[in-house]
Design a protein around this ligand. Structure first.
Ligand code: SAH
Length: 356
């Protein structure tokens, strides 16, 4: 393909209200170095135009690894009896939040497995306490719950919710989540939107059975749903999961998906995910130069951090908590960017209810 044809295609998917699946598939299949460079720098320009040069930080606290689900890719799956399970206490969660606040971070992501023993009122109290003590945005990522639970947490002050679709193909989704329903997951995402959460979703790249066509559909799905945040990470096989013998997702394909998602969605927040930093090398700075604008430093305290093993080789499992701040600053500087210590709320124009 000539360079001007390639540019033309990039402009087309940027401007189309509904980008074509075929165009996205063609772009996803690019392997030529100079063509890839064109795609990545096009995405980087859009990132700069719509999101600026600041990199937002989301400090993540993984507060429970109990899970009732059986996702074929995930190390926390309920059939993994080798894994020692934990649920942090309220005070432990709050002292981790205090530490994160002390590092000047203005978003906390509270993540866990799908743990029914996380009581609605318990998490609500934590949300109220965080809002009382600190000035920061709260993102929840605790999986599929009842509408009433989502509502109670929103009313208590939660700002955002992260629930990845993993793959937007219903059949593919249900083949690796055999006791889950794709429609139910969509219902959860819609309910979160209706409740006024800033909604994050995303996918995994390199899942068995996934094709460039299904990835193109994922990107179209992200655009249609107008998510405020989109997390895209490579699949990393876990020994104690059903997908233990499957191939690791490719960094390059993940970067292409980040770039095309940036071009199509323009101002969604896109993290350079921890999974992207956990392959043969750390590809997060590559992610930041082809569309990503967010980093997610880990604030889960030991001994829990090493037990939240959704995939093996997760970066920073042995780092002291808080070491991230230096590392992130250095990464930003090396790219001619800077860390933005603001909350980094959604850049979408819809009316946002912000809980201060
Ligand atoms: N229970 C919550 C949180 C899940 S863990 C929920 O369902 O939303 C957070 C994310 O880790 C998942 O959404 C998934 O995208 C990612 N993940 C899990 N296992 C993985 C693996 N083996 N490789 C890459 N990403 C994985």
């Amino acid at each position: 393909m000539s360079m001007s044809n390639l540019e033309g295609l990039l402009i087309k998917i940027r401007d189309d209200v509904s980008p074509s699946k075929n165009d996205l598939e063609v772009l996803l299949s690019k392997e030529d170095k100079s063509e890839l460079k064109t795609i990545f720098s096009f995405a980087d320009k859009i990132r700069k135009e719509f999101c600026g040069d600041g990199i937002f930080l989301r400090g993540i606290i993984e507060f429970s690894n109990y899970c009732v689900r059986d996702c074929f890719y995930c190390g926390l799956n309920r059939g993994n009896f080798k894994l020692e399970r934990y649920r942090m206490g309220k005070d432990e969660v709050l002292s981790s939040v205090a530490f994160l606040a002390g590092n000047n971070i203005k978003t906390v992501v509270l993540q866990s497995g799908d743990d029914p023993n996380i009581d609605v009122a318990w998490l609500k109290d934590i949300i109220l306490e965080i809002k009382k003590r600190f000035s920061m945005a709260i993102t929840l990522s605790v999986g599929e719950r009842k509408f009433e639970d989502y509502k109670a947490w929103k009313e208590a002050g939660a700002d955002r919710y992260l629930l990845k679709i993993e793959t937007s193909g219903k059949r593919l989704y249900e083949s690796m989540h055999t006791d889950m329903s794709f429609d139910r997951r969509i219902k959860c995402l819609d309910a979160l939107r209706d409740l006024g959460y800033q909604v994050g979703s995303g996918n995994i790249i390199g899942l068995p059975g996934q094709t460039l066509k299904t990835i193109a559909e994922d990107i179209i799905f992200f655009k249609e749903k107008d998510f405020d945040m989109i997390g895209i990470g490579p699949f990393i096989p876990h020994d104690d999961s059903r997908f233990s013998r499957q191939k690791t997702g490719e960094a390059l394909l993940t970067l292409k998906v980040i770039a095309l998602t940036r071009i199509v969605t323009k101002n969604a927040h896109i993290p350079a995910t921890t999974a992207l930093g956990s392959l043969d090398k750390d590809y997060r700075s590559d992610g930041l130069t082809c569309g990503a604008n967010v980093l997610m430093p880990n604030f889960t305290p030991q001994p829990y951090r090493k037990l939240y093993e959704i995939y093996p080789g997760k970066r920073c499992v042995d780092e002291p908590v808080g070491a991230c701040n230096f590392c992130m600053g250095d990464m930003a500087k090396s790219l001619g960017r800077y860390i933005d210590y603001g909350r980094g709320d959604s850049l979408k124009e819809r009316k946002l209810s912000q809980n201060v």
